[in-house]
Design a protein around this ligand. Sequence first.
Ligand SMILES: N=c1c2ncn([C@@H]3O[C@H](COP(=O)(O)OP(=O)(O)OP(=O)(O)O)[C@@H](O)[C@H]3O)c2ncn1[C@@H]1O[C@H](COP(=O)(O)O)[C@@H](O)[C@H]1O
Length: 107
Amino acid sequence: MDADVLKTLGDTLEARRDAEPQSSYVASLFHKGQDAILKKVIEEAGEVLMAAKDGDKLPLVREVADLWFHSMVLLAYNGLRAEDVLAELKRREGTSGIDEKNARPKG
Ligand SMILES: N=c1c2ncn([C@@H]3O[C@H](COP(=O)(O)OP(=O)(O)OP(=O)(O)O)[C@@H](O)[C@H]3O)c2ncn1[C@@H]1O[C@H](COP(=O)(O)O)[C@@H](O)[C@H]1O
């Protein structure tokens, strides 16, 4: 069910690519370009921080949803989808972050 939400949203974002900016929030972001999308991602990340510090659960869930949504707009702008991120997380499954970091080339 949860992955379906991401797939449906991904399909909607792709469908907004050729929409008029006045007709849709996503289309307006695509029209403004990557810098405007990145600004929203950073803004939403800051709002996640403030919600977490406040300690209330529902506002935190809502701010994380805003951050995920705008991150998906960023992915879509770059021809990517949530499934690409899910595949990367799947690839990392079971690999300890400590082991992965220790295996990185020393530089
Ligand atoms: N999930 C979302 C979603 N989450 C948040 N937002 C919008 O993101 C915008 C920015 O949120 P903020 O809290 O920062 O609001 P704000 O400060 O007024 O925003 P700014 O004017 O500063 O940009 C708001 O307009 C929210 O409504 C979303 N807009 C759309 N979606 C999904 O995207 C689909 C397509 O949306 P449209 O492109 O608008 O048709 C929708 O059917 C939804 O499934």
